[in-house]
Design a protein around this ligand. Sequence first.
Ligand SMILES: Cc1cc2nc3c(=O)[nH]c(=O)nc-3n(C[C@H](O)[C@H](O)[C@H](O)COP(=O)(O)OP(=O)(O)OC[C@H]3O[C@@H](n4cnc5c(N)ncnc54)[C@H](O)[C@@H]3O)c2cc1C
Length: 389
Amino acid sequence: MNHADVVIVGSGVMGAATAYWLTRLQPGLRVTLVESDTRYEKASSSLSASSIRQQFTCPVNIRLSQFGIGFLREAEKHLGLPDHPVALGLQEPGYLYLAQPEQTAALRTAHQIQKQAGADVALLGPEALSQRYPWLNVDDVALGSLGLSGEGWFDGPVLHQAFLKKAMAQGVQRLHDRVVGLNHSATHISAVRLASGGSVPCGQVVNAAGPWGSEVAAMAGVQLPIEAARRTVFVLSCPEPLPHCPLLIDPSGWWLRPEGRFLISGAEPLHTAPSLPLEPDWAEWNDEQWASLAHRIPALAALRVERAWAGYYEMNSFDHNAVIGPHRELGNLYFINGFSGHGMQHAAGAGLALAEWMLLGQAKTIVVDELGFERLAQNRPLRELAVIG
Ligand SMILES: Cc1cc2nc3c(=O)[nH]c(=O)nc-3n(C[C@H](O)[C@H](O)[C@H](O)COP(=O)(O)OP(=O)(O)OC[C@H]3O[C@@H](n4cnc5c(N)ncnc54)[C@H](O)[C@@H]3O)c2cc1C
């Protein structure tokens, strides 16, 4: 097969965003995306809750979200094509983290980090919360942290397709095939091997295989601590409207947000083994969960569960943070993996950072050095504490 300057393994939102930025920064670069499932049935990018927040505890994640919200607001300008407008449906009602008395110290610490990083967030006491959200029960709530701008949700699959279509319009090729091996020495990858029998000689390789990122890394003898961590999302209907409802994170661990005329919600999983079958875990929908939702939002005593779906977080079991950048010995192998359930909002910034790293030797627009592979090699975790569900 023809030589490619860059082969990207996986064309979910990370592979597609990387391909888009590479060919935008360097028109004419020969970039090939290899994707085993062009229907994206199991891809995280199809099964995401597609929300964006500024409320992280690692400044690098806040920087990626700040870039992300700016990009989403102008998605049409960046990604629009004459026959493909980008209808993202971005809404920004905020995220609201609720804390009980013993959780307020952690909320205040996170707030300081976020303010220092320039996030538009506010701490609200129970009275202010009640005034803003009369449908919310705050009897046992001591404090809330609300994103005043730059937080909300959008149509993730539309963003994914827009990156893909724009990248292909810029000359990126997509092969429908599975990468089954990497031809490599101790310092260099020379080609990717395909299930169909061929191989693609290449200059650089990107691992954008989402929840399957550790399998692709293993083809080069590299250990990457990424697990396919199943999460279930329940679609609920509520008989009463919940005006200005944000993405709510309850002190007990569940989250909930509006989705059209419905609500969607998820909780910390009951079963945590990696690579569980991609089916909703109905055991998570139980009396305690319902009671907890109805305690927080009394109108939900009369809710209906409409349906549920399951998707994989590409969970970095080392520190719940992304890995972006090159491997230290195999210098032409790059990672964009392990976003641990917050990758859709970071795809635009992460793809740009990686493209700059590959073309210029360094990420320039957004400093993401902390997310490099080096920290894994040196056993220096960079823990993100605000991981939802
Ligand atoms: C239930 C759920 C809720 C979420 N909520 C949010 C949220 O609110 N906000 C947010 O920002 N993020 C959220 N996320 C996370 C976000 O969706 C992911 O971080 C993001 O989609 C990851 O994209 P990806 O391209 O890395 O992976 P994927 O979309 O999984 O793409 C990887 C692709 O690689 C392909 N592939 C794998 N191995 C090979 C191979 N050997 N050869 C060829 N192709 C291969 C796969 O077929 C797949 O299409 C959520 C995820 C889930 C599951």
